[in-house]
Write a protein that binds this ligand. Structure first.
Ligand SMILES: Cc1cc2nc3c(=O)[nH]c(=O)nc-3n(C[C@H](O)[C@H](O)[C@H](O)COP(=O)(O)O)c2cc1C
Length: 166
Protein backbone atom coordinates (compact mmCIF):
# COMPACT_ATOMS: atom_id res chain seq x y z
CA UNK A 1 0.00 0.00 0.00
CA UNK A 2 1.28 3.47 -0.67
CA UNK A 3 1.19 6.07 2.10
CA UNK A 4 -2.08 7.74 1.09
CA UNK A 5 -3.82 4.39 0.76
CA UNK A 6 -2.70 3.47 4.29
CA UNK A 7 -3.94 6.80 5.69
CA UNK A 8 -7.33 6.28 4.07
CA UNK A 9 -7.68 2.62 5.01
CA UNK A 10 -6.69 2.93 8.68
CA UNK A 11 -9.69 2.59 10.94
CA UNK A 12 -10.00 2.12 14.68
CA UNK A 13 -10.14 -1.58 15.51
CA UNK A 14 -11.47 -2.65 18.88
CA UNK A 15 -11.97 -6.40 18.43
CA UNK A 16 -8.85 -8.47 18.05
CA UNK A 17 -7.71 -12.01 17.34
CA UNK A 18 -5.80 -13.76 20.12
CA UNK A 19 -2.73 -13.97 17.84
CA UNK A 20 0.36 -12.24 19.30
CA UNK A 21 2.29 -9.59 17.40
CA UNK A 22 5.97 -10.31 16.78
CA UNK A 23 8.40 -8.21 18.77
CA UNK A 24 10.01 -6.92 15.54
CA UNK A 25 6.65 -5.67 14.32
CA UNK A 26 5.92 -3.91 17.61
CA UNK A 27 9.32 -2.26 17.46
CA UNK A 28 8.70 -1.25 13.85
CA UNK A 29 5.52 0.52 14.93
CA UNK A 30 7.27 2.44 17.69
CA UNK A 31 10.16 3.18 15.35
CA UNK A 32 7.70 4.94 13.03
CA UNK A 33 6.51 6.99 16.01
CA UNK A 34 9.91 8.50 16.61
CA UNK A 35 9.98 9.94 13.07
CA UNK A 36 7.00 12.20 13.76
CA UNK A 37 7.44 15.95 13.57
CA UNK A 38 8.10 17.56 16.93
CA UNK A 39 8.19 21.17 18.08
CA UNK A 40 11.78 22.48 18.23
CA UNK A 41 12.83 18.90 17.52
CA UNK A 42 12.65 18.14 21.24
CA UNK A 43 11.39 14.58 20.68
CA UNK A 44 10.00 14.57 24.23
CA UNK A 45 8.36 11.17 23.85
CA UNK A 46 8.94 7.80 25.44
CA UNK A 47 7.02 4.65 24.67
CA UNK A 48 6.15 1.60 26.71
CA UNK A 49 5.06 -1.59 24.93
CA UNK A 50 2.85 -3.69 27.18
CA UNK A 51 2.13 -7.32 26.30
CA UNK A 52 1.59 -8.91 29.74
CA UNK A 53 -2.06 -9.89 30.16
CA UNK A 54 -2.07 -8.92 33.81
CA UNK A 55 -0.92 -5.37 33.08
CA UNK A 56 -3.23 -5.04 30.05
CA UNK A 57 -6.13 -5.97 32.34
CA UNK A 58 -5.12 -3.41 34.94
CA UNK A 59 -5.02 -0.69 32.28
CA UNK A 60 -8.30 -1.81 30.74
CA UNK A 61 -10.02 -1.59 34.12
CA UNK A 62 -8.92 2.01 34.49
CA UNK A 63 -9.59 3.24 30.94
CA UNK A 64 -13.38 3.45 30.85
CA UNK A 65 -13.47 3.78 27.06
CA UNK A 66 -10.71 1.30 26.49
CA UNK A 67 -11.98 -1.90 28.08
CA UNK A 68 -10.98 -3.74 24.88
CA UNK A 69 -7.32 -3.24 25.87
CA UNK A 70 -7.91 -6.33 27.98
CA UNK A 71 -8.07 -8.42 24.78
CA UNK A 72 -5.51 -6.70 22.59
CA UNK A 73 -2.18 -8.30 21.74
CA UNK A 74 -0.20 -5.28 22.88
CA UNK A 75 -0.69 -1.73 24.02
CA UNK A 76 1.69 1.15 23.49
CA UNK A 77 1.61 3.82 26.17
CA UNK A 78 2.80 7.13 24.73
CA UNK A 79 4.41 9.52 27.20
CA UNK A 80 5.84 12.98 26.67
CA UNK A 81 7.97 14.99 29.05
CA UNK A 82 6.30 18.16 30.19
CA UNK A 83 7.31 20.54 27.38
CA UNK A 84 5.18 23.35 25.90
CA UNK A 85 4.07 21.17 22.99
CA UNK A 86 4.10 17.82 24.76
CA UNK A 87 0.55 17.04 23.64
CA UNK A 88 0.98 17.92 19.96
CA UNK A 89 4.26 15.99 19.84
CA UNK A 90 2.82 12.94 21.56
CA UNK A 91 -0.23 13.02 19.29
CA UNK A 92 1.94 13.28 16.17
CA UNK A 93 3.87 10.20 17.27
CA UNK A 94 0.60 8.43 18.04
CA UNK A 95 -0.78 9.04 14.55
CA UNK A 96 2.46 7.83 12.96
CA UNK A 97 2.17 4.60 14.93
CA UNK A 98 -1.50 4.04 14.06
CA UNK A 99 -0.65 4.38 10.40
CA UNK A 100 2.47 2.24 10.65
CA UNK A 101 0.39 -0.48 12.30
CA UNK A 102 -2.17 -0.27 9.48
CA UNK A 103 0.61 -0.57 6.90
CA UNK A 104 1.72 -3.78 8.64
CA UNK A 105 -1.82 -5.19 8.67
CA UNK A 106 -2.15 -4.65 12.43
CA UNK A 107 -5.37 -3.16 13.79
CA UNK A 108 -5.17 -0.35 16.31
CA UNK A 109 -7.23 2.03 18.35
CA UNK A 110 -6.23 5.26 20.05
CA UNK A 111 -7.45 5.31 23.64
CA UNK A 112 -7.43 8.67 25.39
CA UNK A 113 -4.65 9.40 27.83
CA UNK A 114 -4.07 13.11 28.40
CA UNK A 115 -6.91 14.81 30.35
CA UNK A 116 -8.16 11.52 31.74
CA UNK A 117 -8.37 11.00 35.49
CA UNK A 118 -6.73 7.58 35.13
CA UNK A 119 -3.45 9.00 33.75
CA UNK A 120 -1.77 9.07 37.14
CA UNK A 121 -2.77 5.52 37.98
CA UNK A 122 -1.60 4.15 34.64
CA UNK A 123 1.66 6.10 34.92
CA UNK A 124 2.18 4.54 38.34
CA UNK A 125 1.51 1.02 37.07
CA UNK A 126 4.13 1.58 34.35
CA UNK A 127 6.70 3.13 36.71
CA UNK A 128 6.77 6.36 34.70
CA UNK A 129 8.89 9.20 36.05
CA UNK A 130 7.00 12.20 37.44
CA UNK A 131 7.89 14.55 34.57
CA UNK A 132 6.22 12.28 32.01
CA UNK A 133 2.63 12.80 30.88
CA UNK A 134 0.54 10.02 29.45
CA UNK A 135 -0.61 11.27 26.04
CA UNK A 136 -2.32 8.18 24.64
CA UNK A 137 -2.70 4.45 24.74
CA UNK A 138 -2.64 2.48 21.51
CA UNK A 139 -4.37 -0.88 21.54
CA UNK A 140 -2.91 -3.21 18.92
CA UNK A 141 -3.91 -6.58 17.53
CA UNK A 142 -4.81 -8.42 14.38
CA UNK A 143 -8.40 -7.50 13.48
CA UNK A 144 -10.95 -10.17 14.29
CA UNK A 145 -12.86 -10.34 11.00
CA UNK A 146 -10.47 -11.62 8.41
CA UNK A 147 -8.33 -8.49 8.27
CA UNK A 148 -11.28 -6.28 7.27
CA UNK A 149 -10.97 -2.88 8.89
CA UNK A 150 -14.22 -1.43 10.26
CA UNK A 151 -15.65 1.62 8.61
CA UNK A 152 -16.92 4.90 10.05
CA UNK A 153 -18.26 7.68 7.87
CA UNK A 154 -15.88 10.52 7.14
CA UNK A 155 -17.04 14.00 6.18
CA UNK A 156 -16.86 14.62 2.47
CA UNK A 157 -13.98 16.77 1.22
CA UNK A 158 -16.42 19.35 -0.13
CA UNK A 159 -17.86 19.90 3.35
CA UNK A 160 -14.59 20.82 4.98
CA UNK A 161 -12.26 22.15 2.31
CA UNK A 162 -12.21 25.87 1.54
CA UNK A 163 -9.93 27.37 -1.05
CA UNK A 164 -8.23 30.63 -0.10
CA UNK A 165 -10.96 31.79 2.37
CA UNK A 166 -14.08 30.50 4.11
C1 LIG B 1 -7.69 12.04 21.12
C2 LIG B 1 -8.44 10.76 20.80
C3 LIG B 1 -8.92 9.99 21.82
C4 LIG B 1 -9.59 8.80 21.56
N1 LIG B 1 -10.01 8.03 22.60
C5 LIG B 1 -10.66 6.89 22.37
C6 LIG B 1 -11.04 6.05 23.45
O1 LIG B 1 -10.78 6.35 24.62
N2 LIG B 1 -11.70 4.90 23.16
C7 LIG B 1 -11.98 4.53 21.87
O2 LIG B 1 -12.58 3.47 21.68
N3 LIG B 1 -11.60 5.30 20.80
C8 LIG B 1 -10.95 6.46 21.02
N4 LIG B 1 -10.51 7.22 19.96
C9 LIG B 1 -10.73 6.75 18.58
C10 LIG B 1 -11.87 7.50 17.91
O3 LIG B 1 -13.09 7.10 18.48
C11 LIG B 1 -11.82 7.21 16.39
O4 LIG B 1 -10.61 7.63 15.87
C12 LIG B 1 -12.98 7.91 15.66
O5 LIG B 1 -14.21 7.34 16.00
C13 LIG B 1 -12.83 7.83 14.14
O6 LIG B 1 -12.76 6.50 13.69
P1 LIG B 1 -11.52 5.94 12.87
O7 LIG B 1 -10.31 5.96 13.79
O8 LIG B 1 -11.92 4.55 12.50
O9 LIG B 1 -11.29 6.82 11.69
C14 LIG B 1 -9.82 8.40 20.21
C15 LIG B 1 -9.31 9.18 19.17
C16 LIG B 1 -8.62 10.33 19.45
C17 LIG B 1 -8.04 11.15 18.31
Amino acid sequence: MDAIEVLKKRRSIRVFQQKPILKDQLEAVVDAGRFAPTARNLQPWEFVIITQKRVLSEIAKLAENGRFIQDCAACIAVFSSDTKYYLEDGCAATVNMLNAAAALGIGSCWVAGDKKSYCQDISRILNAKNNLKLVSLIALGYPKEDGAFGIVEKKRLGEILHWEKF
